[in-house]
Design a protein around this ligand. Structure first.
Ligand code: NDP
Length: 286
């Protein structure tokens, strides 16, 4: 393989070790960071994500609270649970696992979370702060990708980054964070007329679409850095990304695998945001 593997498992592990040390520091002062996760319904994939988030938070020494609600829960009942957590001093991060059942308005739910505990970085107040470069909770997946690039000493400044996908949780904030680090950013999406025309000019390609192996070597410039956010199943039911890894790895200078690339970083940055939240509360109480 020409392309260097960007090992999200290993980088995530290192960052979680650093988080653990800081959690221990807070605990020594009698203060335990707490993360609450609310899950609605019984979607299997969501339950797996939530279980991993809980397990990781416990591993770094945080208090972890899981609130399971049935798919039939009303919006008002869910909002009441969030309100309780907003006022719970032992909880510094609140996450509502998405997607929610259709009868619940996701926007209302996100707005109900205290912006100071919005460790997913989805609250419009935090999104606005991110846009204007003020300190805030950064959305975990793009934040994790920035860490992958930083920890592999991948230059960003002056580079051309192409982001494929413009969702509010991945694509859009990803482009913003790269822009803040002085990349020249191009967004592509489902209506982009000639995708390869843009991606073949990119030094850094971030793919966040959700279509198995849609990006191959014809889309990539020799030596590009390729970050694959996608989580899909291939024709054999095996987990795979949006990038055809085997076809791109020889051409890329560095590439993330799926699994083991972006995924572990998303959870890690959730823990980081929870830690930052707890540290901010503690700093204000001193
Ligand atoms: P969304 O479905 O919200 O967004 C997908 C984006 O891809 C849209 O902007 C869409 O364009 C664009 N798109 C769709 N088809 C094409 C195409 N043919 N060419 C170019 N662009 C296209 O997805 P998310 O952003 O939430 O997630 C993307 C992927 O990343 C999914 O596989 C998801 O599972 C994964 N994911 C992984 C995470 C991790 O931790 N590893 C975390 C979050 C997501 P348009 O706006 O025009 O519709």
């Amino acid at each position: 393989m020409n392309g260097k593997l960007i090992d999200g498992r290993e980088i995530g592990k290192q960052i979680r070790e650093e988080i653990k040390e800081r959690v221990e520091g807070l605990k020594a002062k009698g203060y335990t960071p707490g993360l609450a996760v609310i899950i609605v319904g019984d979607d299997q994939a969501s339950h797996t994500y939530v279980k991993n988030k809980q397990k990781s938070s416990v591993e770094v020494g945080m208090k972890s609270e899981l609130i399971k609600l049935p798919a039939t829960v009303t919006e008002e009942e869910l909002l009441a649970e969030i309100d309780k957590l907003n006022h719970d001093d032992t909880i510094h991060g609140i996450l509502v696992q998405l997607p929610l059942p259709k009868h619940i308005d996701e926007n209302r739910v996100i707005l109900a979370i205290d912006a100071k505990k919005d460790v997913d970085g989805f609250h419009p107040e935090n999104v606005g702060k991110m846009m204007i470069g003020q300190p805030t909770f950064l959305p975990c997946t793009p934040y994790g990708i920035i860490k992958l690039l930083e920890r592999t000493n991948t230059p960003i400044q002056g580079k051309h980054a192409v982001v494929i996908g413009r969702s509010n949780i991945v694509g859009k904030p990803m482009g913003q964070l790269l822009l803040q680090r002085d990349a020249t950013v191009t967004y592509c999406h489902s209506r982009t007329a000639d995708l390869a025309k843009y991606t073949t000019q990119a030094d850094i390609v971030i793919v966040a679409v959700g279509r198995a192996k849609m990006i191959n070597e014809t889309h990539i410039k020799e030596g590009a850095v390729v970050i694959d956010v996608g989580m899909n199943r291939d024709e054999f039911g095996k987990l795979c990304g949006d990038v055809d890894f085997d076809r791109v790895k020889e051409k890329a200078s560095a590439i993330t695998p799926v699994p083991g690339g972006v995924g572990p970083m998303t959870i890690t940055m959730l823990l980081k945001n929870t830690l930052l939240s707890a540290e901010a509360v503690y700093a204000n109480q001193k």
